[in-house]
Design a protein around this ligand. Sequence first.
Ligand code: AMP
Length: 220
Amino acid sequence: MALNVIMLGAPGAGKGTQAERFARARRIPKISTGDILREAAQAGTELGKRAKAVMDRGELVSDEIMIGIVKERLDQPDAAAGFVLDGFPRTVAQAQALDSIMQGRSPLVIVDIDVPEVELIRRLGSRLVCSNCASNATTTEEATSLVCAKCGGKLVQRSDDKEATVRERLAVYRAKTMPLVDFYKARSTFRSINGASTPDGVAKELARTIDSVSGNGASR
Ligand code: AMP
C-alpha cells in the first residue's frame, strides 16, 4: 500500500527537515511546494517571478496555482508508491482539492508537528539555507563556516526569514493553515506530534507515529 503522508505545522516547525529524512528513509519522493516555487524563482520563469514577490511578503500563492502544481506533481510515476508532501495543503480549499486528487489512492496519513510560537520565532531567526542546493544547515559547524556540508555551497538567510516577513507568515499560518487541524482531526489517520525536541527525537516519533497509523509495525 502506498504511503501518502502530509505534514502540517507552522513555518519553522521542522516540516521540511523531517519530510526529507522520512522520505529518504522510505525511498519515496518528498514534495515541497516551497522548494518548487523557489526553484521556479531561481530559474526566472514567469510563475517564479510572481511567486517570489508573494513569498517575500510572507503571503500565500493562490490556491488555483498551487493545486495545479501539486496535481501535476502527484501524477508523476514516482509518486505512485507514496510521497511526503511538505507545505501543502496550506488552506482548506487546497485540502479539499487534495481529497479529490487522492480519490482511488491510499488514504492520507496526516501529521501535525506542534511547536510553541517562541521556539518557531527563534528557529526562523537563526535558520540558514544553502544558496545552491536549498538544504537547511543542521550543524553548528556549518552555521559557523557558512558552508553547506552537502554541496559546499554558501549558506544564507532565506529572504522570507527576515523578521517582518516571519511575523506575517505566522499570522497567515494562524488564519489560513491552522484551521486544517480542525479539517483533518476527526480522521482516524490524523496525528499530532511534539516538534519541540531535537531533530533526531522528532524523526523517531514521526516514524513511529506514521508506522502505527499505516499499520506498519516495523519502525525504522
Ligand atoms: P515554505 O518553504 O513551505 O515555508 O514556503 C515558502 C513560501 O512559499 C510560503 O510562505 C508561501 O508564500 C509559498 N507557498 C508554499 N507552499 C504554498 C502553498 N501550499 N500555498 C500557498 N503558498 C505556498
